[in-house]
Design a protein around this ligand. Sequence first.
Ligand code: KG4
Ligand code: ZN
Length: 369
Amino acid sequence: MKILGIESSCDESAAALAEMNGQKVRILSNVVSSQVEIHKKYGGVVPEVAAREHVVNILPVINEALGIADFQHNHLRPSIDAIAITVGPGLITSLMAGVETAKVLSYAWKVPLVAINHIEGHVYANFIEVEQDDDCKTKSNDNNELYRIIQKREDLRFPAIVLTVSGGHTMLVLMEGHGKYQTIGETRDDAAGEAFDKAAKLLGVGYPGGPVIASEAEKYSSIDGKMPSIILPRPMLDSKDFDFSFSGLKTAIRYQIEKDQEYRLRIPEYCHEFQQSVIDVLIAKTIKAAIRYNVKTIMLSGGVSANKELRRQMASKVELKFPDIIFRVPELRYTTDNAAMIAVAGCYKALRGEFTEWRDLRVNCNLKL
Ligand code: KG4
Ligand code: ZN
């Protein structure tokens, strides 16, 4: 079964082709056109600008994905079995660009549609067959350790707990089987990625915040004999539920830099402490949920799961304390928004016969899992 995935929920126009054989899914092509350079100057995504860019980019991106996949593609009707399309959650005008395109292609090519929840897509980035994990290209001990753990991916068993951390969401999802989700905790205010982006803005280090904060934090880690001078809170670390709250962390940074005349000299330390605070809370809650629900697998997903320290620290914790639990993280290229994850989620949904008629396909910017 071959499925074309289309994604346009935020500021990435993306298309990918996935092939499913048995329970194995391979990615034949994966094309992402990012608008990050356009939105950088505004310090965040401008919805109307994003929608216009999607309209320009979506067809060329789809064409490229079909072309790279190098199969009979005569522009009249490619040999695909279905089109998987993100219908929400996300920015309404951005979602519409992808959804309307998918409807037209479904009608013209006479192929069925599979409606995908964007969060579900992030979760299914963990189900893509690994070719060579980006983390494994270097040979450091830490990466080898992560590599060894990821190798267990063949054994994925349910129930699983999925920590989904992106620019728009922070959720702990209990997955009892394919397509069976229960949200057991979520953020009460800012999402983890949003917190990275806002902290980066306060510190004046750039956009998007996640990658810049991570690289500044790395500079701090490499300093010898350092004396930590900044302490930030670990919000809701000990709360009884599985919810998160990150807006206070941003306020804590603001207060600290307001009274710190020389904060610009300590950017790496601020970034390190901020990142560690987020990681501490994410790991503690995920582990607590894993124990409470007696899970067999822990997975990470979403843009923030690109964070190498989060990946490394979670992997070590699971390996050390819960050697029987399988740990999975998506390959780096499938952590931030892409259409490969949408195509893969589409494969599993198509397998269950869950198709949508083009006439019935609707955008839902507040879609729940
Ligand atoms: O999943 P994604 O591409 O889009 C949404 O669905 O929101 O996630 C984007 C978010 C941004 O907030 C970005 O700052 C964050 O993921 N991010 C990271 C890293 N790379 C991207 N956060 C922490 N560390 C990273 N290395
Ligand atoms: Zn996303």
